[in-house]
Unconditional design. Structure first.
Length: 597
């Protein structure tokens, strides 16, 4: 995976189209350069000498220049827009793929609003440069060079005036770019904060209204909006401070050129002494008009390129991130090491989901998040088809066990094995497809109920399997009452469904996967007792599937083959229901508190 955004590789891919656009642009500019020459001949050869004979040919020349410019301009604009759009699209999808490849710890330290700004706003700035802005910069350079050539051909002394103007404008543009560079970074960062504040508020709008928190949220958004406004005003101040100076220089350029050019017509050049004709002066003034446009554009182009430069810097911060969870060990290399150790059982060359039986072993596992120890020397083992119950207070490390099992994070010490094989030696796709989870944080996509259940198996799962899973999760009771049944589209995060309904759909999603390992993390907390008992009976009937049940209720784990109790990240008790009751420890205290009546 790339650790830098290399824009050059994207431009190289469309180099031929850019080359054609460049040729079209040069053709259009050369036609622009011919227009003043025709004007010169109209003045000198028609108006001054009162000869109308060449006029029709000169007018046809102007018409031809207009038609030619139209064709060249269209070709240039279309090819640049097409190439820029393709580059932006590829940069955006590659950036999204990069984000998807990063491990969970990356998302622990960044908010969604900032990522949305990177994917949308920053790529749009690159789009500007890859499209019209980049070709405009090239056009400025070519136009200035060609215009200077034609002006020098008319009178090199008079050409000194626009050269001085261009140097002054370039100096101002460089100074403006330096001031804009740091400001664009601040604007982009505040834009991320603004996006995140709005997204967070809208996602939790029901909670906001339930706690009458609208005023506080409006005030918080107003603060970020005000700061964003102030930063944009600072940008405008820089631009407004320098741009009028550039505009003044360009306006004075025409006046000064006309003044000195008139003197050259009357008295001749100071050094050469040669007079220029009125037609040459008119042509020269047309060339000055051609060079004024690039000078006026310079400030705007510097503004755009500074913004794109800041965007590339921010995107590179994401590209520099590398996934903490890697698939470094190849099956061939692993088998070679096993042979050297004298092992007889080797890993299949193509390790698939069908090769997983479901034996799970945590061997002296310790997990640290910075300096904090989340799990401390946790050690247990369950055989394929058995059920493990995990209990403990909030924050004791129960969910961390599941995150480690699915390699959302890697252990700090010890190892986790499935079927005797360290999970770091398994392909991530195989590992994660072998573990179906119903987590505490229920997430349903804005899709049909069937689409949510088919998550990760859209092509392989049949409609009959979806319906069976809904029935086993006792979700068909309410799904069948909907107008479109399982084809009903649910809102973002399951808006419109109750907590219990959302839990039953996520349970159905896990059951439909038919994986070797099933994890239920406090998955029945929103269900009524009757439905919980029904689902527990369904789970008990599942054979050949290793089940890990995390719960606060004794009723959810009492039938498990093994139950472990965690306290402050340590495994303090282990055994079945009867054995743990005899220990008179934490499990017994929990049992007494729940069954005291």
């Amino acid at each position: 995976m790339k650790n830098r955004l290399k824009l050059g590789s994207y431009f190289k891919k469309y180099a031929f189209l850019y080359f054609i656009a460049l040729i079209a642009m040069i053709g259009g500019i050369l036609l622009d350069m011919l227009a003043p020459v025709i004007v010169q001949h109209i003045v000198d050869d028609v108006i001054v000498v009162h000869n109308l004979e060449p006029l029709k040919f000169l007018l046809l020349g102007i018409l031809g220049i207009g038609i030619g410019r139209c064709i060249f301009q269209y070709t240039k604009e279309f090819l640049c827009d097409y190439s820029g759009s393709k580059i932006a699209s590829e940069v955006r999808i590659n950036l999204f793929e990069k984000i998807q490849s990063l491990s969970a710890n990356f998302f622990d330290g960044i908010n969604s609003g900032e990522l949305m700004s990177r994917v949308k706003d920053d790529v749009d700035r690159i789009w500007d440069v890859a499209g019209f802005m980049g070709i405009l910069m090239a056009e400025v350079v070519v136009r200035v060079i060609s215009t200077m050539y034609f002006m020098i051909n008319i009178n090199w002394q008079l050409s000194i005036i626009p050269v001085i103007g261009m140097i002054s404008t370039a100096f101002i543009a460089i100074r403006m770019e330096r001031q804009l560079d740091s400001l664009f970074g601040q604007v982009a960062q505040e834009n991320s904060e603004l996006n995140n504040t709005a997204a967070e508020n809208l996602a939790g709008i029901r909670t906001v209204k339930a706690f009458a928190r609208e005023g506080f949220e409006i005030n918080k958004f107003h603060k970020h909006n005000q700061k964003y406004y102030e930063l944009n005003i600072d940008l405008s101040r820089v631009f407004v401070k320098h741009n009028p100076v550039i505009q003044t220089i360009t306006r004075l350029l025409s006046v000064v050129t006309l003044l000195f050019g008139g003197l050259f017509v009357i008295n001749g050049s100071p050094l050469a002494g040669d007079k220029i004709t009125i037609g040459q002066l008119m042509a020269f003034l047309s060339y000055v008009g051609n060079i004024v446009w690039p000078m006026e554009m310079l400030g705007w182009l510097v503004n755009g390129f500074s913004s794109a430069k800041a965007s590339v810097k921010r995107l590179n911060k994401i590209y520099e991130q590398m996934p903490a969870i890697k698939e470094d060990i190849l099956v061939e290399d692993l088998n070679k090491s096993l042979i050297e150790k004298g092992e007889e059982e080797l890993i299949p060359a193509l390790f698939t989901l069908n090769d997983i039986e479901g034996n799970v072993e945590f061997s002296h596992v310790t997990y640290k998040n910075g300096q904090s120890i989340i799990l401390d020397d946790v050690d247990f083992k369950i055989e394929a088809g058995q059920t493990l119950g995990i209990m403990g207070a909030t924050g004791s490390g129960k969910t961390t066990i599941i995150n480690l099992l699915k390699r959302m994070y890697d252990v700090s010490e010890g190892s986790i094995k499935i079927d005797g094989l360290d999970i770091r030696q398994l392909p991530l796709s195989v590992l994660r497809q072998s573990v179906a989870c119903v987590m505490q944080d229920i997430f349903l996509f804005s899709d049909t109920i069937e689409g949510n259940i088919r998550l990760g198996a859209r092509e392989s799962m049949s409609t009959q399997e979806v319906r069976l899973a809904l029935k086993r999760a006792y979700a068909s009771e309410f799904v069948d009452q909907m107008q479109d049944k399982e084809l009903t589209v649910i809102g973002e995060r399951g808006v419109g469904l109750s907590g219990g309904q959302k839990q039953r759909i996520t349970i159905a999603r896990a059951l439909a996967r038919k994986t070797p390992i099933l994890v239920l993390d406090d998955s029945t907390s929103a269900l009524d007792s009757e439905t919980e008992v029904k689902i527990q009976s369904v789970l008990d009937e599942l054979k050949g599937m290793t089940k890990i049940i995390i719960a606060h209720r004794i009723s959810a784990v009492k039938n498990a083959d093994k139950i472990i109790v965690l306290e402050h990240g340590k495994l303090v008790e282990s055994g079945n229901h009867e054995e743990l009751l005899k220990l008179n420890g934490l499990y017994k205290e929990t049992y007494d508190s729940q069954y005291s009546n």
